[in-house]
Unconditional design. Sequence first.
Length: 641
Amino acid sequence: MKQNGNKLPLLSLVAFAVALLIPLGARNDTQPRLRYPEEDIGADSLPARKKAQLEAAKSFKVFHDFQFTDRLKESGITFVHHAVDDATKHMRRGHYDHGSAVAVADVDGDGLYDIYFVNQAGGNELWKNLGGGKFKNITQEAGVALPGRISAGAAFGDIDNDGSQDLFVTTVRGGNVLFKNDGHGHFRDITQEAGLGLSAHSSGAFFFDYDNDGLVDLLVCNVGKYTTDEKGPDGEYISIYDSFSGHLYEDRYEYPVLYKNMGHHHFKDVTAEVGLHPHGWCGEAGFADLKGDGWPGIFFLNMQGRSHYYENVGGKKFVEKTDEYFPKTSWGAMGIKFFDFDNDGRMDLFITDMHSDMSDEPGPENEKLKSNVTWDETYINGKKEDFIYGNALYHNLGNGKFEEISDRLGLETYWPWGPSVGDLNADGWEDVYIPSGMSYPYRYGINSLLLNDHGENFLQSEFVLGIEPRKKLYTPWFEIDCSDPREVKEQAELHSRVCVGHTGKSIVMSPRSSRSAVIFDLDNDGDLDIVVNDFNSEPQVLVSNLTERKKIHWLKIVLHGTTSNRNGLGATVRVYAGGHTYFRYNDGKSGYLAQSVLPLYFGLGNTAKIDRVEVDWPSRRKQVLTTGLQENQTLRITEPK
């Protein structure tokens, strides 16, 4: 829940959150009454939106005759995300509602990719991929639950180049954690010896090799001080009453930390040494080599203010170049992904803006428009014209020049968190999935799936492909006892009408919303699936039937660095096939708050023959392969020594 001072930025709680709750169905005196919104313009709009999108799809030139189906039950996954009371029942104004990550890696070396669900209350869970879309909970034997901590982000990476995927987890003031993998999916906490036990309001994190010494380093984002020292029932620190205005107070800032990998499982804080000090509330960041000189720069998001891009100078220092590359940034930046949307061989940048959408309620019919920000410049903390109030797509024109074209390509969405990118229809163009929504006390908001129309447009396809509407639109949010005068009094300000005319216990239901997603081939059938970590609800396991609908051509590439870091983070891969060149930069960024270790996936369209593959390694070696290049295989490429 977000607030500007003492004034709610969207629908008032009285108007929506509590006034719109009614019982559903019969009950007996021993069961809590379920209370759903009496009116929800988001949910009510779904049939009309689906009808309109299906009609529009008749003119789509891209292949869309396939579906995603939520196979959660069939997968065997029983994980449920539990948000802390601070964000649900008490609806305080901190940033716990930003949710938690989902990340993927092959933790035991069996060639199947396992799923790590991050949680706020109740512990994280690791699910082993058994093949065929089935999973098994191995959290206990893996040792990665972290019960009692409010976890946020997750990053897989190989910290010592032994071929096993280690795991870093961020928490909110519970201390961040580094787990060492023994190669068989058993993890050991080595945080203290590694020097990574920072306790802050930590958020997104990623591994990368900023100095190209062959060892992955670590960047950790810290949002800012949005909690008091008082603890809630789930162990969370209770939010400051005006947390959503925290960006106005310099003394509440916390800054990202860059840790250099010194070898032997030890990291050193080199943030000041290399010149990094971005100003703002940083929940997420990403890296890319925009100059093409082999040195990855860092883009730091600011969720309430100006974001910052720092260029890497020879692995020795970073210099801010935001004004040069990105003169206007999204004011409420939340998620980030570098990728080549138009297959021109240059890295473009996509940023989702969630916080600008907290300023007003546009209605479902206006969700493709930028936010009509109603805050004044004092609250914005700058001139209004200096920012973009919505998503931003920066098209790389070459020679350090970018143009912002999100509206032109149809990439504006409502209440977005972070994007996940992948070629979902295997046509050679990378598509975008955006988990979205704000849950109680707001209306239902859709997740967006945008099919890439040959780099010229992104087509709304969530209803066409079965992403929306979800199987379940609502999820239990909190329980209140209307027979307890103390509880009713305590909740009167926020939930005053929940108990009007009622006694006994009630469970308040909320529109579902999503936070983090990862796109990968979970059932190993050649097409890409989507796993989504919903907020305070069960996840979604969205399995594609693309290969059942069409003969597709694809290539997966797994990199094995030798002089470079083992996972080949920072490498560039080009696949030449059928007169086309497909470009991928290996950053591991799989979704909001998450970094995964997955094969690079190349859809090849109608082409079955691959001419050659080129890899530019971080070590500066360039590798060219022209033999053994067959379609529909996983190609493992080892860096020459």
